[in-house]
Design a protein around this ligand. Structure first.
Ligand SMILES: NC(=O)C1=CN([C@@H]2O[C@H](COP(=O)(O)OP(=O)(O)OC[C@H]3O[C@@H](n4cnc5c(N)ncnc54)[C@H](OP(=O)(O)O)[C@@H]3O)[C@@H](O)[C@H]2O)C=CC1
Ligand SMILES: O=C(O)[C@@H]1CCC=N1
Length: 266
């Protein structure tokens, strides 16, 4: 199998690192390219033994999957590179936020099968959430899902739902990391050093993650087991609720959702 990544940045590298760690593909099957950051691509080649090239004819020759992994605003330039060489057999997989299937087909001026996926960087540890939606002529769904499941969970959705999943899980990890950042700052304000606060917060997050992973109990159940009647946790949760945390998180997700809709129009 030949999988070519047009874009070797944060998201693409999380995906192919996850795929290689899972061994669903060999390094020889992966080809990378970028715009002009050749140092990064060469470093990935040196580290992972994947192929790299800036020869679009070579990159597009006999390619099974071509992954559009640039920022949406750079897609027109990517399309200019691949349009002359794209073969009918090649299936397009886009990870670009917002960019619609019809936009991809229109820009490429070709009717190759197109799938859009919305992953997140948890792909690097094979635990991405991958929203997937397809063009009507995309027939290799089972094969693509098998590839997706090498670095996470596959969630088949309608294209209109991509805005919501982009907000919820595509960007979601960043929202949680931000909450952890602020939590660690608060732990420092309780009197701990920055090093202590980071140690406490990192291990709190890792531990709760393991609890979620090992348990089939709901978040509420897990929370209730910590909340002693009239204790410290109950006092903290009452104060937390008064900060309108639900409204604040909803505003966060809505803003990301709305930006995805804007990108779809560009
Ligand atoms: N980061 C994330 O968590 C997620 C990102 N995405 C989507 O993934 C895409 C990439 O995001 P991200 O990885 O964060 O961005 P990065 O900036 O880290 O990577 C962008 C990559 O695209 C390359 N590129 C730009 N123009 C071209 C071109 N003309 N030809 C070939 N390669 C090109 C860049 O090359 P160079 O370095 O040379 O400029 C770079 O390798 C975006 O569309 C984003 O919406 C989706 C889900 C999650
Ligand atoms: O921030 C972005 O636009 C990309 C898409 C989802 C996560 N990162």
């Amino acid at each position: 199998m030949k999988i070519v990544f047009y874009g070797s940045g944060n998201m693409a590298s999380a995906i192919f690192r996850g795929m290689l760690d899972n061994k669903i593909v060999s390094p020889e099957e992966i080809y990378l390219t970028s715009k002009d950051n050749k140092e990064r691509v060469e470093a990935l080649h040196d580290e992972l033994n994947v192929n790299y090239s800036y020869d679009d004819e070579e990159l597009c020759r006999d390619t099974d999957y071509l992954v559009l992994a640039s920022k949406p605003q750079n897609f027109p330039d990517v399309a200019d590179r691949i349009r002359p060489y794209l073969e009918p057999k090649t299936k397009i997989v886009s990870i670009m936020a917002g960019t619609q299937i019809k936009t991809i087909s229109r820009e490429l001026k070709l009717d190759n099968p197109v799938a859009r996926i919305m992953p997140n960087t948890n792909a690097q540890v094979q635990h991405s959430v991958n929203g997937i939606t397809y063009s009507s002529n995309f027939t290799a769904k089972d094969e693509l899902i098998e590839i997706m499941e090498s670095f996470g969970k596959a969630v088949e959705i309608e294209e209109i739902e991509m805005h919501a999943i982009t907000a919820a899980t595509g960007s979601g990890s960043a929202f949680l990391y931000y909450i952890y950042e602020k939590y660690a700052e608060c732990v420092m304000e309780l009197g701990f050093t920055e090093e202590q606060a980071m140690f406490l917060t990192r291990n709190l997050v890792i531990g709760t993650g393991k609890m979620i992973s090992d348990s089939d109990e709901s978040f509420s159940e897990l929370r209730r087991k910590i909340t002693s009647k009239q204790g410290t946790t109950e006092a903290g949760l009452l104060a937390l609720d008064e900060t309108n945390i639900k409204e604040n998180l909803m505003a966060t997700l809505q803003a990301a959702h709305d930006r995805s809709e804007e990108l779809a129009k560009e």
